[in-house]
Design a protein around this ligand. Structure first.
Ligand code: BGC
Length: 332
C-alpha cells in the first residue's frame, strides 16, 4: 500500500502573514511560516528533502491513522471479535501500525487558494483493523489561523483515532530545544503510562506533579523535576485529559520570542511529546540537524490504547456513521 516510488506533491496555502505547505505523502505538514517584521519564520519541524516523507518521514507533521499513539499487544477486541494488528514498536502498534497513514500517498480531492482536502481509502483489514475506511483531511488557512478537519466512514464497526503529528518550535524551526517555551494546558488530569508508554488506565490529577500546566510553565523547568513518569519517554510523552467538550481550548504555547500558538480541538485528549528522540539525524527545512527537544508535539486525540480501557472515551466508529473532528491552530 505504500507507494514508495511516488514523488510527493506539495500544496502551498497562503493567508496574510501565513504560509502552510502540505504534501500528498502522509498528508503531512512540511512548513508553517508566519511573517514577523516582514520576514518569514518557520514554526514547525520539517524535512529538508520532501522525498524523505515517502521513505522515512518519522511522523513529522504527518496525518496519523488509523489509530494515533499506542495499542498494547498489537491486538484488541471489538464486539467479541479479536483483531490482530501489525506491531511496529516491539509488541505494540504505534500510530496505526507498520504501514500507517503517514506512509501513504493521499489524493488531492479538492483544492482552492486557502484550502486543500486529501482523501485516502484504507481497505478492510488494513494493518489488521476491521472495515474499509474512507478518510479525508482538510487544511484551511486564514490570517492567524490553520484549521484541520477530519472525516472517516467505515463499512464495518471499527476504531479510529486521527491526529496531526506536527512538532512546533515557535522560536524558529532549527533554533534549538524548546526548553524556554511556556506551555499552558486546559488539563487537570493526565494518563500515566508503564515503561512501554502504554496508559495504565489511571487518570492522575496534575496537582503537585511536573504535569501541572494549568498555569503557563516553562518546559525546561517542568522536565527538571524528578518523577518516574518522566523517565519512560525521556521527558513528557503523555496524554492529557482536555477539560470540557466541543471545540475548546486545549493548549497555549509561547516561545521565548513571544510568538504564540493556541490549539483548540473537540477531541478528549492531547498527547504532549517533548521530542526526546531527535538525535541529529533529521535535517530540517533550514538545513539544521534536529537535536533533543527540537520541537514539541501537541497531538489532539482520543486516548492512547482506548480499545483496552472501557473507562476511556470511546474510539469506536460504528459502520456507516461519520467520524468528524476538528483541530484549530491560532497563531499570534
Ligand atoms: C509518541 C512518542 C513517539 C513519537 C514518534 C508520539 O506521538 O507519543 O512516543 O516517539 O510520537 O514520533
Amino acid at each position: 500500500m505504500s507507494q514508495s516510488t511516488v514523488k510527493p506533491t506539495s500544496v502551498e496555502l497562503r493567508a496574510e502573514g501565513l504560509l502552510l505547505e502540505v504534501l500528498t505523502a502522509g498528508a503531512a505538514v512540511r512548513r508553517l511560516e508566519v511573517t514577523d517584521d516582514g520576514l518569514p519564520v518557520g514554526i514547525v519541524l520539517g524535512h529538508a528533502d520532501p522525498d524523505t516523507y515517502v521513505t522515512d518521514g518519522g511522523y513529522l507533521g504527518a496525518t496519523i491513522g488509523r489509530f494515533g499513539n499506542r495499542i498494547a499487544g498489537a491486538r484488541f477486541d471489538l464486539d467479541g471479535e479479536t483483531h490482530e494488528l501489525t506491531a511496529n514498536e516491539g509488541t505494540t502498534t504505534l500510530h496505526g501500525g507498520a504501514d500507517g497513514f503517514d506512509h501513504r500517498t493521499w489524493t488531492v480531492v479538492d483544492r482552492d487558494d486557502t484550502s486543500v482536502t486529501f482523501g485516502l481509502h484504507s481497505p478492510d483489514g488494513d494493518q489488521g483493523f476491521p472495515g474499509a475506511l474512507d478518510v479525508t483531511v482538510t487544511y484551511a488557512v486564514e490570517p492567524g489561523r490553520v484549521r484541520i478537519d477530519y472525516t472517516a466512514v467505515s463499512d464495518r464497526d471499527t476504531v479510529v483515532n486521527l491526529t496531526n503529528h506536527s512538532y512546533f518550535n515557535l522560536d524558529g524551526e532549527g533554533s534549538g530545544p524548546v526548553d524556554d517555551h511556556e506551555l499552558r494546558l486546559s488539563s487537570r488530569g493526565f494518563t500515566p503510562t508503564d515503561a512501554l508508554l502504554i496508559p495504565t488506565g489511571e487518570v492522575r490529577h496534575v496537582d503537585g506533579t511536573p504535569f501541572d500546566f494549568r498555569r503557563p510553565r516553562r518546559i525546561g523547568e517542568a522536565l527538571s523535576h524528578p518523577d518516574e513518569q518522566l523517565t519512560h519517554g525521556k521527558g513528557i510523552d503523555h496524554n492529557f485529559v482536555v477539560a470540557g467538550a466541543g471545540l475548546r481550548h486545549v493548549a497555549t504555547l509561547r516561545g521565548a520570542s513571544g510568538r504564540t500558538l493556541v490549539v483548540e480541538s473537540d477531541q478528549p485528549g492531547v498527547q504532549v511529546y517533548t521530542g526526546a528522540h531527535f538525535d541529529g539525524t533529521v535535517i530540517g527545512t533550514s538545513g539544521t540537524a534536529y537535536g533533543p527537544r527540537a520541537g514539541i508535539a501537541l497531538e489532539t486525540q482520543g486516548f492512547p490504547d482506548a480499545p483496552h480501557h472501557a473507562d476511556f472515551p470511546t474510539t469506536v466508529l460504528r459502520a456507516g456513521m461519520e467520524h468528524r473532528t476538528t483541530t484549530v491552530w491560532r497563531l499570534g
